[in-house]
Ligand binder design. Structure first.
Ligand SMILES: C[S@@+](CC[C@H](N)C(=O)[O-])C[C@H]1O[C@@H](n2cnc3c(N)ncnc32)[C@H](O)[C@@H]1O
Length: 495
């Protein structure tokens, strides 16, 4: 019996990366659904959450730590992934997460509760039709009415011109039993050899050639998972919507908040086309043609009722918002496919400045002198935009901060320990926003130094003993961290 029998052609000899995907956060999904005008699960109360194909489980474990009022499950058929996930949960003393070594098919007959939220990131395009069927059937059986599903996948038309590169890479793997990094190297060298020999395909698709050069800089682990699976499928959005129909799911909106802002993503004639009375019903497919999108992160819901605009406002007005990055890294001028935008400083700067002091509600922001004359609906709109820009995150109720912090402190201590031991983590947990705060490796080291009572600047010397240039760059980063970063992390109660 070949390995493929139990893996379905899935790469199992190399562990997936230990990433964190902010779209999976319950509060992000609830906000995205609300902004799309749909009633979502109340994630301030208790709920159940399942991540299908959770990999090493870092996202699920972090979310469980930051939302101890939720009950989390994750499954994966790769035993190493599940052991890693359980070790992360155990190191943080989490008692609200269960990691199951189980395939999607196994889950159909496992003892499971009904779920408010089911997520699958990096799964749909990389598993067989049979496995997609198990997933749909599981959702049909186990998702509660009003529940949300998050699904990400490689989509068309964005992949149409470059998809042949993946085929070529697969052809280039002559030794299928070689370790994954060697297979990746075989695949890339073969594609390069074809190009260098004078390939009509590469000549007529310069973007494929650019992608091939770009891939040489990516991690072999990621490349093995993205390009070398037996299963690798591309979908138009309406095909995925049709496939999820039997689970009684309907499309709600994009999980990445920015994808919901047509005014930033589309030019006026493109928007007019979408709004035309005779526009096709498959608006998302049209959007993908307009934007040439390659990857989608979508939310579906089972019977989520429509919200009136006043109800969307009530959702926004009922919560706090927190600054999620350095204030100096929140430019009001930014580029999007729809053009260059310059946000009004009177509102946006004032809101950002207001949040420097700590998480605030719209009412609290309105009480600030700089925002007194601004209407609540403008502050509300600005917070939607600032969350879409990832400058700000929605927050959980203040009264739960202290209880959540007990758990996130344990989680973050274990994560920093893991990073110090050479297993880098992508983000730390905030009990305020119930999600992850991305923190690059050097900043994790600076934070660990601060927690030991050391100045982060002192670390810069030790981190790059041989290069003055690197030392200077690290020293500057350490100073910024000491000046601004610590304050942001304290407001988010990461420390
Ligand atoms: C690309 S990784 C994504 C992991 C994780 N969701 C993330 O985004 O970090 C896909 C994961 O699905 C798991 N997987 C693939 N097929 C599966 C199946 N039939 N049953 C259970 N897990 C599966 C793999 O072991 C792998 O960990």
């Amino acid at each position: 019996m070949s390995d493929d029998t139990w893996t379905g052609g899935y790469v199992v000899d190399v562990e997936y990366t230990h990433g964190f995907y902010p779209e999976l956060a319950p509060l992000n999904l609830a906000m995205a659904a609300s902004l799309a005008g749909r009633r979502a699960v109340d994630v301030d109360q208790t709920y159940t959450y399942l991540e299908l194909g959770c990999g090493n489980g870092y996202s699920t474990a972090l979310l469980a730590a930051a939302n101890p009022h939720g009950q989390f499950w994750g499954n994966d058929f790769n035993p190493t992934h599940i052991l890693n996930a359980r070790a992360t949960a155990q190191a943080a003393g989490l008692d609200n997460v269960t990691f199951l070594e189980a395939s999607f098919e196994d889950l159909l007959t496992s003892e499971l509760p009904e779920f408010d939220v089911i997520t699958l990131h990096g799964i749909w395009s990389w598993v067989s039709a049979e496995n997609r069927h198990y997933i749909v059937e599981l959702i049909r059986r186990r998702l509660k009415s009003g529940g949300l599903v998050y699904v990400s996948y490689n989509c068309l038309p964005g992949w149409s011109r470059i998809a042949p590169l993946r085929r070529l890479m697969k052809l280039g793997v002559t030794n299928a039993s070689a370790p994954a990094p060697a297979r990746v190297e075989q695949a890339l060298s073969y594609a390069r050899a074809i190009r260098e020999a004078g390939s009509g395909f590469f000549a007529s698709t310069p973007e494929t050639s650019a992608l091939l050069d770009q891939l040489a800089k990516e991690s072999p682990t990621y490349l093995a998972h993205e390009y070398l699976h037996e299963q690798w499928w591309l979908f138009y959005q309406d095909e995925v919507a049709d496939a999820l129909g039997p689970a009684r799911l309907a499309y709600v909106g994009p999980a990445r908040l920015m994808d919901g802002f047509d005014q930033f993503n589309l030019k006026p004639p493109q928007r007019a086309l979408l709004a035309a009375p005779d526009a096709p019903a498959a608006t998302e497919v049209v959007r993908d043609f307009l934007l040439d999108r390659r990857f989608r992160r979508d939310i579906y819901g089972r019977g989520c009722p429509a919200l009136a605009p006043a109800e969307v406002s009530a959702w926004m007005n009922g919560r706090r918002f927190a600054l999620a990055r350095l204030r100096s890294l929140c430019p009001l001028k930014f580029q999007r496919p729809g053009g260059e935008f310059n946000l009004t400083p009177q509102v946006f700067d004032a809101v950002l400045d207001g949040l420097v002091a700590g998480p605030s509600t719209i009412d609290q922001l309105r009480a600030l002198p700089a925002l007194k004359a601004i209407e609540a609906r403008h502050i509300e709109q600005s917070l939607g935009v600032l969350c879409a820009l990832a400058y700000v995150q929605p927050a959980l109720p203040a009264q739960g901060d202290a209880a959540r912090k007990v758990v996130t402190d344990r989680f973050n201590a274990a994560a920093l320990q893991s990073a110090a031991a050479g297993r880098p983590v992508a983000a730390l947990a905030s009990p305020v926003t119930g999600t992850g705060i991305p923190l690059p490796g050097p900043e994790q080291a600076f934070l660990a130094a601060v927690l030991r009572g050391q100045a982060p600047e002192a670390l810069a010397e030790a981190m790059a003993p041989d290069s003055e240039e690197q030392r200077n760059a690290l020293r500057a980063r350490a100073q910024t961290f000491a000046r601004e970063g610590i304050g942001v992390l304290m407001a988010l109660q990461v420390i």
